[in-house]
Design a protein around this ligand. Structure first.
Ligand code: SF4
Length: 306
């Protein structure tokens, strides 16, 4: 594991941790696209009951929200701390303590939200916490904008990948997230996640938790039903759908700059969502979740951090 830490540190010293490849020295305090610095900045952490059922089972998912992000989605529901840096900068030791505290409170897992840019100190914290008795799965909760090399590197540390698949067309990825290479990058990363993490369940009398595996989230965007359908088509062609859980999300709301976008300035209409659900059904998907009711609690619909 120390070799893993050394390698992640090298990636951080000439930062190429994410596909932006800013090549600046984060350990010396230089800041790139994500504006993150070196030590992790935690906005908040708590037992989250609003993630997918196999993640939030029991008393909830031990969710840690990191500040900053390597994407710039104009509709980001967490924009207050993902576009802008907000929160407390903490040491690896403190982060390990937080993980153990969440486990002590009954968390089913440790759910790292947007961890990519802090991977080096997060890896150190996981190793420290494991030595001190952390024995629940680690969930890597990501936008999908991940270098495949980095995913291969961190596979031994991670049990569950909870990954968005946001765009399959480059102009959309550019327009809404400043990342024209998102589709090609996310495809490779997701295929590697699926290769590395076969589904394993842990069922007890009180809860059923995903011990290992991949969940793919597709947030259906208003006016872009075909984008979600094309993503599903690609996942089906690559035989991914039979190996993962699919989370089809209808919870889109025009947060942040999306209010000004002519196509994204309204919520998703039920008919639009239904088209995507019908297409998914036609593919015979059996593992996953839909959001039938707008008020359904899933993936932080009403999560309003303050
Ligand atoms: S993690 Fe941040 S600094 Fe590093 S390459 Fe990505 S955006 Fe740039």
């Amino acid at each position: 594991m120390t070799a893993l830490i050394r390698t992640l540190d090298k990636y951080t010293e000439k930062c190429t941790l994410c596909p932006r490849k800013c090549s600046i020295n984060r350990k010396r305090g230089e800041k790139g696209y994500c504006q993150a610095g070196y030590l992790p900045i935690v906005y908040t952490y708590f037992l989250h009951k609003g993630e997918e059922p196999l993640i939030s089972a029991g008393r909830g998912s031990g969710t840690i929200f990191f500040s900053g992000c390597s994407l710039r989605c104009i509709y980001c529901q967490n924009y207050k701390f993902s576009h802008f840096i907000k929160g407390e900068r903490i040491t690896e030791e403190k982060l390990a303590e937080i993980m153990l505290e969440l486990q002590e409170k009954g968390a089913s897992n440790i759910n790292l939200v947007t961890p990519t840019h802090f991977l080096s100190p997060i890896a150190k914290a996981i190793i420290l916490a494991r030595r001190q008795g952390l024995n629940i799965p680690i969930v890597y909760n990501t936008s999908g904008y991940e270098r495949v090399e980095i995913i291969k590197l961190i596979n031994p540390l991670i049990d569950v990948y909870l990954s968005d698949f946001r765009y399959i067309s480059s102009p959309l990825a550019q327009r809404y997230s400043q990342a024209p290479n998102y589709p090609q990058i996310a495809k490779k990363a997701i295929l590697e996640m699926v290769r590395a993490k076969k589904i394993k369940m842990n069922s007890s009398k009180t809860k059923k938790v995903l011990e290992q595996g991949v969940i793919i989230r597709i947030l259906v965007l208003p006016n872009y039903v075909n984008e979600a359908i094309e993503i599903l088509r690609w996942l089906n062609e690559k035989k991914v759908l039979e190996k993962v859980y699919l989370s089809l999300m209808s919870q889109y709301q025009p947060y942040f700059l999306a209010k000004k976008d002519p196509r994204l300035k309204r919520p998703l209409m039920p008919e639009e969502y239904q088209k995507v659900v019908s297409f998914a059904s036609s593919l015979g998907i059996t593992k996953g979740w839909t959001q039938e009711e707008p008020q359904e609690r899933l993936a932080g619909i009403y999560f309003k951090p303050h």
